[in-house]
Ligand binder design. Structure first.
Ligand SMILES: [Zn+2]
Length: 94
C-alpha cells in the first residue's frame, strides 16, 4: 500500500469505528474531531445513519420509560441492545 492510500485509510474511519463512536457519544461527549468524523461518515453511509437513528430512538424510549416508571435499564442490557444494533447494521451495510 502506498503512502497516500495509508493516509486516506487513516482519515476515513470504518463503519465499525463510527458505530463505536456513536455509542460512546450517547454515554459521554466525544472530542470535536471525532464529532466531525462521525458527521462526515453519516453523510455518506446510510447503514450508520440507520444505526444512529435506532440508537437515539432506543435511548429516548429508555429514558422516557425510566422517567415514567422509575425503572432503570442496567448497563448489561444497554450493551446488549448496542451490540445487537451493531451486528444488524454491519449485516445490512451495502
Ligand atoms: Zn458506515
Amino acid at each position: 500500500m502506498n503512502y497516500a492510500m495509508r493516509v486516506m485509510m487513516k482519515m476515513t474511519p470504518t463503519c465499525q469505528d463510527i458505530t463505536a463512536k456513536i455509542s460512546e457519544s450517547l454515554d459521554h461527549p466525544v472530542s470535536c474531531p471525532d464529532k466531525i468524523r462521525i458527521r462526515i461518515h453519516l453523510i455518506t453511509c446510510s447503514a450508520c445513519r440507520r444505526y444512529r437513528d435506532q440508537l437515539v430512538q432506543i435511548t429516548n424510549l429508555v429514558s422516557r420509560l425510566s422517567d415514567e416508571t422509575g425503572y432503570q435499564l442496567g448497563d448489561e442490557a444497554k450493551e446488549k441492545i448496542k451490540s445487537t444494533l451493531e451486528n444488524e447494521s454491519s449485516a445490512g451495510a451495502d
